[in-house]
Design a protein around this ligand. Sequence first.
Ligand SMILES: Nc1ncnc2c1ncn2[C@@H]1O[C@H](COP(=O)(O)OP(=O)(O)OP(=O)(O)O)[C@@H](O)[C@H]1O
Ligand SMILES: [Mg+2]
Length: 623
Amino acid sequence: MARSQPSKEDLAQDRLPKAPLNRETLGQAIELARYVRPYRTRFLIGLATLFVSAALGLAFPFLSGALIDAAMKPGEAVLPMLGAISVNEVGLLLACAVTIQALCSFNSALAFNRVGQSALADLRRDCYRRLISLPMSFFGQRRVGELTSRITTDVAQIEGTLIDLLPQLCRQSVFLFGGIVIIALTSIRLTGVMLGTLPLLIAAAVFFGRKLRRFSRETQDQLAATNTIVEETLQAIASVKAFANEVFEVGRYEKSNARVLAAALGAARWRAVFVAFFIIALFGGIVIVLWFGAAQLQAGRISPGELTRFGLYTIFVGGAMGQAAELFNQVQKSVGATQRVRELLREPTEVASDGSDVTAPAGLSARLRGEVAFESVSFRYPARPEVAVLNDIVLSAKSGERIALVGPSGAGKSTITALLLRFYNPDTGRLLIDGRDARNYPLHWLRGQMAIVPQDVLLFGGSIAENIVYGRPGADAAAIREAARLANAHEFISAFPEGYETLVGDRGIKLSGGQRQRIAIARAILKDPAILILDEATSSLDSESERLVQEALDHLMKGRTTFIVAHRLSTIRTADRIAVIEAGRVVELGNHDELSAKPDGLYRRLSSLQFGQPDASGQPVVF
Ligand SMILES: Nc1ncnc2c1ncn2[C@@H]1O[C@H](COP(=O)(O)OP(=O)(O)OP(=O)(O)O)[C@@H](O)[C@H]1O
Ligand SMILES: [Mg+2]
């Protein structure tokens, strides 16, 4: 039932879509059972002890009845096959049954938890391994939240299935069917009364509960919207304060909060009605059965012990029936979750998952020369097939050349670098690297020959050294230092009290834009790529940082083919060739002097806007 403060996980799990139950979906769900296979012995032992414990649970009302009969009719046979038996002896039997039941329950709970957790750890690992090897086009079409929920919420639902749902299903089935059989053996009439009343009452309660749940879902939705405001504003707290919008945000929150309250109050009456109804249903059912049973007792048709037995079994059977709806609900959700996880596990990855593609292709040297040629390349992003992002791009670079890509924002510059990295393949045309179609290289090996210093450098949570060594895992401390020195980063890193061990990222210190860039450059230097991709930041750096970054880049570019998405005149001037990109086409190609000489050229027009400014100081040229 809904609590007033559901956690985020609760909300997510409550919202898991259900799947229809049929042979196909169930079959698919059972496919995931292979994750249990490595632990099957333990699983089977858990299952066996679970059934023993459920059966002993079923014996409890039976022995309780015998206890009362033994008290009322001493000397009579109250248990089959045991003859006359005293109250103490029945009590002892009960105590033994409870003890064994507890031991069995302990064992089965432990087994199911261990098997469930181990299998789930395997499943999570496989999901992540698959997820991270999927092509960029996959990520372009899905939201990050949706993907993380596969590994968290969906897997948690499957975990719940293994650890709670499956044992519950087994136990409740034993109680339901075992209970009905036993009471039918005692008194067919009473069983008829019970089966005539209980299901009706329970069905009504379940129906009511569903209605109530719809109400509380509305409250939860409103609450989630309210929490989004908190999250958003805390994430952008600097903007909120800078714009002095605290009052505005509080107003927004209050409005949303009022909606939560209205929804919650609306549900309150229904909740109260439900509670009352539930009591009537539960106790009413028992009252009817007991009343009828008492009449039977009075008529001498059953013994007092049998009536007790009957009352207790009614509770067992009623409980099992009451749970059936919720269990069914959970099974549907789990099947839905398994479907989504299974889908993910079947997505084709972009690289061979066995890691066979990290070695140089036969007949080629270990290092690329770095010749690149785009031959009439056209491309549309799979997520937006209606927009032609690149049209007939023709562009080549000889080994060691610097090619600057300039053009207005959204022209397709970063997209060209994405194709070079083989994040995507051209729709038409070819990309040749060292004269060979880029598709014919092992992907990991090819990317191992390239490095990128991206437009916006994101560092991983961890130390500075860890962030630099990302360029070549396993590099030693001396190599890291040398790379940092060449990247003009050594000085500022050494100035931190913890030096290279300084933590950066979410929980560490914040580095400035220029510092982050130099870390990224150090990373690239360590990688020592044949082909280098620089996506210059559009944000300007102060002239000192600019100089340091520029120097670092000059070091980095030496002896490598470089594609540089340039915004600064200083970098553009040193390029061997400048490709002016507009709306996905190369509209001009040449070096700075050639392009400046074109009277009506786009390059001249764009750069003349900036040429009034001193360029040597590192003023950004915004193309
Ligand atoms: N992952 C993507 N999915 C769909 N469309 C995209 C994707 N990335 C970029 N685009 C679109 O492709 C076009 C070219 O984008 P691109 O990032 O290559 O521009 P850019 O020249 O690098 O611009 P800027 O100078 O602002 O970085 C834009 O219209 C953009 O909206
Ligand atoms: Mg870009």
